[in-house]
Ligand binder design. Structure first.
Ligand code: GDG
Length: 479
């Protein structure tokens, strides 16, 4: 933890041989009543994944610190060297809420919502990407390995290479890379492809994303590809491959197995009136996650008499997200209305069919929820991976429980034994929910065992190590 005033703990930026570049630093700013400020590590998969590598290599993390219009000098937190990149309030609006979350996010998720294209948002995206590239160039030592994360920073690899051809640059996209027909809508489609090609290794969640990218590079930039390799304009070889992200499986399993978690899980069920079957959804409140259709399907099942109101409960955690973006405000209203209608129409005193929680919870509470739930319902319309599906599996050490999973989540490629659904098909989803609920304990155990092995063997450490090993083998720059 840094002392109260972060600028007081500022240190001259040391150079690092391993640099992670992400939109956000892995810390949250905490303001105390006396006006002092410090930083709390925000728990998350990426910190867990990079921490061991960062510690081995004196790593640095470059990212925005979360406070607009504020410059913060580089500082150390929990032994990690953090390099804040400042953003003005209007850049947060145009680069982050605008181009990242209102143009790219919907475009890359099958245009579930209509992407908006604004030239001034693009301009801000270019300016901010350049700032990230400059900050990274300043902190990376000669020959360092740099790993750039996600859709907010797709121009950084090429910008960085222009300044620092000595670096080994990796890029990983956490969200889907869209089919070529959709991608081509983007007015700045070539610039982004060129931006990504600045990397030596471009990683995607699933092989379909890598294939879409390779196809576009051939069609739009007329560059030659051979299998997963691209011959870039400057003669370098760029590799595009899939690296399915994962979770800290062992850490979460340990938390789930703790007696306090078991007790809390039992308490949750009691508080819900001891339902025979507890359904659970855990998502950021995002239109890609398929929340409305899922709850509608559940409500209809009770309405139809396929589920007994007295025997079932659905807990939906929807973590607040991107609340300043219009589509998200709209979704929040739609959810309030739908949950209100279902509970109002078919609920009884002490028996609301849906418990809707619009807030975020500590890790311990999430683990207890995963342990408490009989049927986990993960039905995104499109999702890069979906870690919630893997987290549920990791928590089911008794090999009980059932995972209902959308075919359109990256996780479906690995968790083949889930009860797979097309989230656009409400009747199909209803059938699968009932099937998942009614399946024999033997079948459930057989499915869960295979999935548990998958997430145990392919955890977050495996993800980071595989990517970085491949990056280490990337051929050095041609000249
Ligand atoms: C993007 C891609 C890809 C949620 N509510 C709480 C909470 N969470 C945690 C979950 C999970 C994470 O947040 C959400 O991860 P997802 O993968 O489900 O989805 P996105 O946020 O959309 O993530 C996605 C991911 O990046 C990684 O590459 O899988 O496809 O869209 O870990 O548990 N955690 C806590 N309290 C909450 O209330 N503690």
């Amino acid at each position: 933890m840094t002392p109260a005033d972060p600028s007081a703990s500022a240190q001259p930026p040391a150079t690092a041989s391993f640099v992670v570049v992400a939109n956000r630093l892995p810390v949250d700013r905490v303001e105390h009543p006396d006006g002092s400020v410090d930083w709390r590590t925000s728990p998350g998969g990426l910190v867990t994944a990079f921490e061991p590598v960062m510690r081995r290599h004196d790593g640095a993390w470059v990212g925005w610190h979360g406070a607009p219009d504020e410059e913060v000098a580089p500082f150390e937190n929990d032994g990690l060297q953090l390099v804040p990149v400042p953003l003005s309030a209007s850049e947060v609006e145009e680069y982050y809420e605008g181009f990242s979350n209102t143009t790219l996010w919907p475009l890359y998720h099958d245009v579930i919502a209509a992407p908006e294209f604004h030239r001034e948002w693009w301009d801000a995206y270019v300016v901010v990407n350049q700032r990230f590239a400059d900050a990274t160039a300043a902190v990376a030592e000669q020959g360092a390995v740099v790993w750039v994360q996600d859709y907010q920073l797709q121009l950084v690899p090429a910008m960085l290479r222009r300044q620092r051809p000595d670096l080994r640059i990796g890029f990983f996209l956490h969200i889907p890379f869209p089919p070529t027909e959709l991608y081509q809508q983007l007015p700045w489609r070539n610039q982004i492809l060129e931006g990504l090609l600045g990397a030596d290794l471009v990683g995607f969640q699933v092989s379909g994303g890598a294939q879409n990218f390779l196809r576009l590079v051939r069609a739009r930039l007329r560059q030659e590809t051979h299998r997963d390799e691209i011959r870039a304009a400057d003669g370098r070889t760029v590799v595009a491959r899939s690296y399915p992200i994962s979770i800290d499986t062992a850490g979460l399993a340990e938390l789930a197995a703790a007696p306090a978690t078991a007790e809390r899980a039992a308490e949750i069920r009691r508080d819900l009136g001891d339902p025979k079957v507890l359904f659970l959804g855990v998502d950021r409140l995002d239109y890609t996650k398929g929340l409305l259709a899922r709850l509608r399907a559940f409500g209809e099942l009770i309405d139809d008499g396929a589920l007994e109101l007295d025997e079932v409960a659905f807990v939906q955690v929807a973590t607040p997200s991107r609340e300043r973006v219009d589509e998200y405000r709209q979704l929040r209203d739609d959810m309030d209305r739908l949950v209100g209608r279902i509970n109002g129409d078919i609920g009884r005193i002490g028996r609301p069919p849906i418990t809707y929680l619009h807030s975020s919870y500590p890790r311990e509470e999430m683990a207890a929820l995963y342990r408490a739930a009989d049927v986990m319902v993960v039905t995104p319309l499109r999702d890069g991976m979906n870690l919630v599906a893997k987290e549920y599996v990791a928590c089911r050490q008794a090999d009980d429980g059932a995972l209902v999973l959308s075919e359109f989540a990256g996780a479906a490629k690995e968790l083949r034994q889930a009860y797979l659904v097309n989230p656009y098909d409400i009747n199909g989803m209803k059938d699968r929910l009932v099937e998942a609920m009614d399946d024999s304990p033997r079948n459930k155990a057989r499915r869960m065992r295979v999935m548990r092995r998958q997430v145990a063997e392919h955890d977050i450490d495996h993800w980071a190590t595989t990517f970085l090993d491949d990056l280490a083998q990337a051929q050095p720059t041609a000249d």
